[in-house]
Design a protein around this ligand. Structure first.
Ligand code: GUN
Ligand code: ZN
Length: 460
């Protein structure tokens, strides 16, 4: 019987399923504990209960002894990690990935916002939502905080597709009322009505949550930001996400548009949008006072290094964030970011910090795995649910197996134990190496059952 058939047989009988393979996760805090924060097993076992939660994790022999009759899904030769967490990614930007040669504001105006205007068309938006969500699963991402489109019909389509995908998704209608091309602008009243409608309809439904999403202060009046805060007050538990301190010209524009604000963060604070359920992307150029206030508010920053490099926005001051106690996670920021893989983002984070020299943080594979999993889960409010493989967590996981003959396979052939697999996996494992992705013990992506390859569309 194939592994997939054995898996579904185990489900039908309601039995515990045992996954066998190399395992690694970061249940500790590597900023405080260093490498000791990692737990890893060369020949590991993960017991998944019929409820989709992890029943046990550890050395294969020990886990097997606890569940001697359980079905086994044998993944030896692969590396099993917690599902990856993307704390900042844009649903309507799949089609603009790989645009080159522009800085943030020109990239938005010339390349990205014209594309986002197409999401007024509901069938187009729905097809793009399906593609986007499939790319997340195919890249091993199981949880994401997703920046939405500017159209309520597009978000309605997105949430339907997100529900069907099985992924853990927080997302919201992207709103703006100045600066952007007219099709993308709302009024504060419309932003409030549509956001509240969508939040009430989708927040807390299955694995979905709502995130109030002003695009950035550069495209917001104080009234629009107040409308966003009103939605957050009306629908308890929703998240807030936006952009912060990405480029010097953006920051100058924000301060010009909010004459009373002492800094960029103050524009969000004045509306009451900065708290423990807020995630701000980038923060490349913060003032010390902003870092202090982000930390005091318990807000998180999504570090998006490949986007920062591609747009030339800057290098992330991770050391300053850590020193101030600001929570940091990783975001791919697709489509300014250069790949939907959170592993790719982790490798870019490593490279960017190396360039900062003494001002940077020399990131180890343990730090990077933490940023890609447990730190992300904490930033988006899933710390008690996912992010590592401890018993009681949902069985959200990704299985990495390099294709035969691939570069990663050649590097792994020299590994002496699971710890040696991690650095090469972060640098080299992309979607081709993702064999399976699970959420709550159920497959959301299985390369062994994947559809045939598609190429360039035929000319019309
Ligand atoms: N700031 C406002 N909108 C965007 C966006 O779509 N991408 C990035 N990187 N920054 C933004
Ligand atoms: Zn972004």
């Amino acid at each position: 019987m194939s592994a997939a058939r054995r898996t579904s047989a185990a489900r039908r009988t309601g039995a515990v399923l045992l996954l066998r393979g190399a395992l690694a996760h970061v249940p500790g805090d590597p900023w405080a504990e260093g490498p000791a924060a990692l737990e890893a097993w060369d020949d590991g076992g993960l017991a998944v209960g019929e409820d989709g939660r992890i029943a046990a994790v550890g050395d294969w022999a020990d886990v097997r002894a606890r569940f001697p009759d359980a079905a086994v899904d044998d993944r030896r030769g692969a590396l099993l990690l917690p599902g990856l967490v993307d704390a900042h990614v844009h649903y309507p930007q799949v089609g603009v990935m790989g645009s080159m040669g522009l800085g943030l504001l020109a990239w938005l105006a010339e390349r990205t916002l014209p594309h986002e205007a197409r999401f007024a068309d509901a069938p187009f938006a729905r097809a793009e939502a399906r593609t986007f969500l499939r790319l997340l699963a195919r890249n091993g991402t199981t949880s994401a905080l997703v920046f939405g489109a500017h159209f309520a019909v597009a978000m309605e389509a997105f949430f339907h597709e997100a529900e069907a995908s099985g992924l853990r998704i927080a997302a919201g209608l992207c709103v703006a009322d100045r600066g952007l091309r007219p099709e993308l602008r709302a009024t504060p009243e419309l932003a409030y009505e549509e956001s509240r409608f969508l939040a009430r309809r989708w927040h807390g439904r299955g694995r979905l949550r709502y995130a109030v999403t002003p695009r950035f202060s550069l495209s917001s009046t104080p009234e629009l930001l107040a409308a966003c805060a009103a939605v957050a007050a009306d629908v308890p538990g929703v998240w807030v996400t936006s952009h912060l301190n990405e480029t010097p010209d953006e920051i100058a524009g924000v301060l010009a548009g909010f004459p009373g604000a002492g800094d960029y963060l103050a524009t969000y604070e004045a509306a009451g949008l900065v708290g423990p359920r807020s995630v701000f992307a980038h923060d490349l150029h913060p003032q010390a006072g902003e870092l202090e206030r982000l930390a005091a508010a318990g807000a998180a920053v999504a570090h998006c290094p490949s986007s920062n490099l591609a747009l030339g926005s800057g290098l992330f001051p991770l050391r300053r964030h850590l020193d101030h106690g600001v929570r940091v996670a990783l975001g791919t920021d697709l489509g300014a970011g250069t790949h939907p893989s959170v592993l790719h983002e982790a490798s870019a984070a490593y490279l960017g910090q190396q360039l900062l020299g003494d001002a940077g943080v020399t990131l180890s594979p343990v730090h990077l795995l933490h940023l890609a999993t447990s730190a992300g889960a904490a930033a988006i409010g899933l710390a008690d649910e996912v992010g590592d493989l401890r018993p009681g967590r949902w069985a959200d996981a990704v299985v990495l197996r390099p294709p035969p003959g691939s570069t990663l396979a050649a590097v792994w052939a020299h590994a002496d134990g699971v710890a040696d697999l991690l650095g090469p996996a972060l640098m080299l494992a992309r979607e081709e190496a993702v064999e399976s992705t699970w959420v709550a013990g159920k497959s959301v992506w299985d390369a062994r059952a994947a559809e045939p390859a598609t190429g360039v569309p035929a000319p019309a």
